[in-house]
Every structure is written in C-alpha cells, then in structure tokens.
Design a protein around this ligand. Structure first.
Ligand SMILES: NC(=O)c1ccc[n+]([C@@H]2O[C@H](COP(=O)([O-])OP(=O)(O)OC[C@H]3O[C@@H](n4cnc5c(N)ncnc54)[C@H](O)[C@@H]3O)[C@@H](O)[C@H]2O)c1
Length: 328
C-alpha cells in the first residue's frame, strides 16, 4: 500500500485531499497545527483504517517513521484575512516548512508536490496567465508575505529537483471553493454567502469590474491528483478559466440565495489583483484535465454547506486559534 503525507490536512483543500487518497486506497498520514484549519474537517476519517493524524507545526523539524511514497505540502494560510493577521507564520511555513518537507522527501526518496498559487503572478500584466509568465508582485506590499513565501517555495523546490534529483511537482492553484471553506476567511465566496445568510448587504471592493474565476473543489482535487501521478516537473496551473466580474458574481449570489440584499461598494484593498484567469492549456495537454463542475452547481452545493453550519459560525470574525499562535 502506498503511503502519502498530507500537510495542511485539517484545512479546506488538505481535508478533501485526505478523502481522495483514502478513497484511492492509500495510507494517509495527515499533519496540521490547526492555525487556520479545523478538526471537524477530518473528524469523519478518524478511526478509518489507513488514516493517521499527526499534530505538528511543519516549520519545526519533521520526523516520521517508516517509508513514504508521496508528500503533498498544503500547509499555509491561504486567504488574505489570514495571512495579513499571521504574516510571519505565513512566511515561515512557505520557507522553513517547505525546506523541512523537501528534506523529508529526500530522506525517504518520496515524490513531493507543493501547493503554489496564482498569487505568484501578482497583479498580472499578462492575461490570461500562462505558466511562463514571471508575474508582477510587490515584494513589500501587505500581500508580499504570501506571494513571496510561495515564490520562494517554488524556487527551493526546483533547487532540490535540480541539485538533489528529487521528484517534485508544483501546482499553481487558482481560486477554489466548496464545502469546508471557513465563513470568516475573507475570501469572496464565503464572504458573500455569509453576508446573505446574516441578512447583510453584499460588500464589493472597488467598482466591482475586477474579475475572478472560481474552480470547484472536486475539479481542483482531480487536477492535483493527476499532476502528482504525472511525470511533469514544472509548474502547472489548475483552475477554472470562466471569468466573471465581482459585481456580476454578487448579483448571481443574491439570485442563488433568494435574498433581497443590496450591493454596497468599498475601497479596493492595496495590491488587490484586477484580473485573474488561468490559462489551462498545459493541464489539458499533459494531464488531460479540465474543470467539469459549472458555477451554478458548485455554488449551490457550497451554499447548502454554509446553510447547514451552526448559527454561531455565522458570527465569528476570525479563526478561533489565531490568539494562541499570534505571538510565535
Ligand atoms: N483555496 C484556494 O483557493 C487556494 C488557492 C491557491 C493556493 N492555495 C494553497 O493551498 C493550500 C491549502 O489552502 P486552503 O485553502 O486549504 O487553506 P486552509 O487555511 O483551509 O488550510 C491550510 C491548512 O494548513 C495548516 N497549517 C498552516 N500552517 C501550518 C504549519 N506551520 N504547520 C502545520 N499546518 C499548518 C492550517 O492549520 C490549515 O489546516 C495552501 O498552501 C494555499 O496556499 C489554495
């Protein structure tokens, strides 16, 4: 039986990856320190044969007994609200955490896939973004802590590939959504859905003409799974290329939720990208992958998930564990 280590396993994507690898018959070692994740995302797997959980901060040295075939490094705060509140931890998990995991992969002779992001393109001057675009990032802007951690992560991963012959994979994830996102993580989908559920107006930053494209989680996990098992070593974009303006998207949410909220406009945050759309030609070619779930269907499933959460979840303003981690 193949054994896989998944870091960030109690988070949104990590927990869906755990489900997928268990379903595929792997032995899953899940690792997390709960800084932005939640036990309840993996609770259903506890007690499952072939699933074990290790509570650990990956910025500290990682020791695991036995063999390991694959590592998927997904530990990192991922939403602007999170990484602006815990900037040092964000830089550390991208730099020190990735270094520790590459070292572990080398020691175990395991293949490692790291979770990179469309944020490495910054506020892109090329549209849609292809993998050969170098990006337009402000190193010292507030988002720099995340963008540069991820750019460093890609650089050190390629260094281990070239200098140690390590088998590496890099996925550049574009906005992904679905059940197990946090309502208070500040990303646009939970933000709009949370506002709709609380009966508040929907906040659009700027004039709403900025565009985004949203990939449903099942499509994202399929792309990551195929990339891990492929023999392609360079970064691959995985995301949904169907673009929509934030204003049109807010209107879609109002229609979907059947609420009568208005849209209110606020100033655009610093360095918020104006356009984001993946070019997925490479993924189509080498992985024979493209998204299958349309936005209306994915949004309905996601909204039903948020609706099913206990009322108190609707009113939490930040992650419950930030205070204990904040001084690190
Ligand atoms: N969701 C997206 O749309 C998206 C887009 C681009 C990139 N990504 C990347 O995918 C990965 C997962 O994102 P997500 O949306 O699931 O975020 P998430 O916040 O839901 O999950 C991240 C998980 O990592 C854990 N973690 C953070 N620092 C850690 C540390 N030092 N040690 C151990 N665990 C730690 C958190 O507790 C959490 O469970 C991240 O690397 C993120 O950068 C996600």
């Amino acid at each position: 039986m193949k054994k896989v280590l998944i870091t960030g396993a109690a988070g949104f994507l990590g927990s869906h990856l755990c489900d997928r690898f268990i379903k595929e018959g792997y032995h899953v070692v899940a690792m997390d320190n709960f800084i932005t994740g939640d036990k309840k995302n993996i609770e259903h797997l506890v007690g499952t044969k072939n699933f074990e959980f290790v509570a650990h901060d990956v910025t500290n040295f990682i020791e695991l007994r036995g063999s390991l075939d694959y590592i998927l490094h997904f530990a990192s705060p991922a939403s602007p609200i999170d990484y602006l509140k815990i900037p040092i931890q964000t830089l550390k998990v991208g730099a020190l955490g990735t270094h520790n995991l590459l070292g572990l992969a080398k020691a175990k002779n395991a293949r490692i896939l790291i979770a990179s992001t469309s944020e490495i393109y910054g506020d892109p001057l090329v549209h849609p973004q292809t993998e050969d675009y170098y990006g337009n990032v402000n190193t010292i802007g507030p988002r720099g802590v995340y963008d540069e951690a991820k750019r460093f992560q890609e650089a050190i991963t390629m260094a281990y590939n070239r200098f140690h012959g390590l088998e590496t994979r890099i996925v550049r994830i574009f906005n992904t959504y679905g059940p197990r996102m946090r309502l208070n993580d500040g990303r646009v989908i939970p933000a709009f859905m949370g506002q709709a559920l609380r009966g508040e107006d929907l906040t659009v930053f700027g004039d709403g003409s900025q565009t985004r494209s949203f990939c449903y989680v099942d499509d994202q996990i399929e792309g990551i799974y195929r990339l891990l098992l492929s023999d392609y070593e360079y970064p691959v974009n995985i995301g949904n290329p169907h673009e929509i303006t934030i204003k049109d998207f807010a209107e879609e949410i109002i229609k979907l939720t059947g609420t009568n909220q208005k849209i209110v406009y606020k100033d655009l945050p610093v360095n918020d990208p104006l356009q984001r759309q993946p070019d997925i030609s490479l993924a189509k070619k080498i992985l024979n992958w493209e998204p299958k779930v349309d936005r209306a269907e994915g949004m309905k499933i996601t909204y039903n998930y948020f609706k099913s959460l206990p009322q108190e979840e609707l009113h939490k303003s930040e992650h419950k564990n930030f205070k204990e981690h904040i001084k690190e």
